[in-house]
Design a protein around this ligand. Structure first.
Ligand SMILES: NC(=O)c1ccc[n+]([C@@H]2O[C@H](COP(=O)([O-])OP(=O)(O)OC[C@H]3O[C@@H](n4cnc5c(N)ncnc54)[C@H](OP(=O)(O)O)[C@@H]3O)[C@@H](O)[C@H]2O)c1
Length: 299
């Protein structure tokens, strides 16, 4: 392993919150105490019958979180399936950049393309644009020909503008609701506004994709949010939709080609050595990361 990325998912698994994650990770204690999903490194050994990779290949991808799979990314070695989420690393990317991509990049791609049905020329607002998913979403939306408004804190404004955002709103000094504009698509990564508030800046046939935000409640309440979105969506011409990232190999291939072509370049905000994983997770958990947070393995 050369690099791994920290995701909010790792924070959820460490803390067992929201409590619904315990149905997967274990009720009273985690069944697997390994952590980390996204990774990049070099193949050091292959099993019998493996044809897709050779020893020495530079690869990136994500660990399978299925039951019984123990390998995780915050480690010196990991074992992955050749037909899982593992690809050759795009040559123009460093190991750290490649490790940054899977969960954040797939979330951005799927939120914009599948749930958001983004088309060229549409007006999209990305709330939480300075973080892991947001920095991918700004670039992918621009690559798809959208007019992008990014919402982030002041310290991320210059970075997000450099990624190609047409308009940037610093939420510490301005309110993205204070506008007469109507957006075709709102990707909400921050959860800082209610659904009713977000709807006010959506076009009559606009789409709200609710990806993330602070976790409120323990067992039932985190499930009520998505449910109420689906129900509310039935009574309006706008589409209000919850979101769940899918670990899909075909999408990782599409993301890799966007990165290989230079249309998307992962943004690394901070890098920590392997022994500082707790600190790195604490930083992401605080909810104000810039770009992606990377764990780099020595050597
Ligand atoms: N539904 C799913 O399947 C799925 C999958 C992956 C992630 N998620 C969730 O999606 C969210 C974003 O993930 P991520 O990986 O991008 O997280 P991240 O890297 O931690 O980034 C979060 C970003 O939100 C910004 N932010 C915080 N408060 C804000 C506010 N009031 N208004 C606008 N921006 C604000 C933060 O920085 P600044 O405040 O400095 O701008 C930070 O840049 C998380 O809640 C995560 O749990 C959901």
């Amino acid at each position: 392993m050369r690099a791994a990325a920290v995701n909010p998912l790792d924070c959820h698994l460490v803390g067992g919150v929201p409590q619904v994650v315990r149905t997967q990770s274990g009720f009273f204690a985690p069944r697997n105490t390994g952590l980390g999903v996204d990774l990049a490194g070099e193949v050091t050994a292959i099993g019998p019958g493996v044809a897709a990779f050779r020893v020495g290949d530079a690869v990136f991808g994500s660990c399978d979180l299925g039951a019984g799979v123990r390998s995780r990314a915050f480690a010196e070695y990991a074992i992955l399936r050749q037909d899982g989420s593992l690809l050759l690393k795009p040559s123009r990317l460093s190991f750290a950049q490649a490790a940054a991509a899977p969960i954040a990049g797939l979330s951005a791609l799927q939120a914009l393309r599948d749930k958001g049905r983004l088309r060229p020329g549409q007006r999209v607002l990305i709330n939480g644009a300075g973080g892991g998913i947001g920095t991918f979403a700004v670039q992918i939306a621009k690559a798809q020909g959208a007019e992008v408004t990014a919402v982030c804190s002041g310290r991320n404004v210059a970075m997000v503008r450099e990624l190609g955002a047409d308009h940037v709103i610093d939420y510490t000094s301005a309110d993205f609701l204070a506008t007469d504009l109507r957006y075709d698509l709102l990707i909400d990564l921050a959860g800082s506004r209610t659904v009713a508030e977000c709807r006010r800046v959506l076009a009559p046939r606009g789409v709200l994709v609710a990806v993330g935000g602070p976790i409120r409640g323990k067992w039932v309440r985190p499930l009520l949010g998505p449910l109420s979105l689906i129900v509310s969506s039935m009574f309006t011409s706008q589409t209000l939709t919850p979101f769940l990232t899918r670990n899909r190999r075909s999408d990782l291939i599409e993301l890799a080609s966007l990165m290989e072509s230079g249309q998307v370049t992962p943004v690394i905000g901070r890098t920590y050595p392997l022994e500082k994983v707790p600190e790195a997770i604490g930083y992401v958990q605080a909810g104000h990361a810039s770009g992606k947070v990377i764990i780099e393995m020595g050597g």
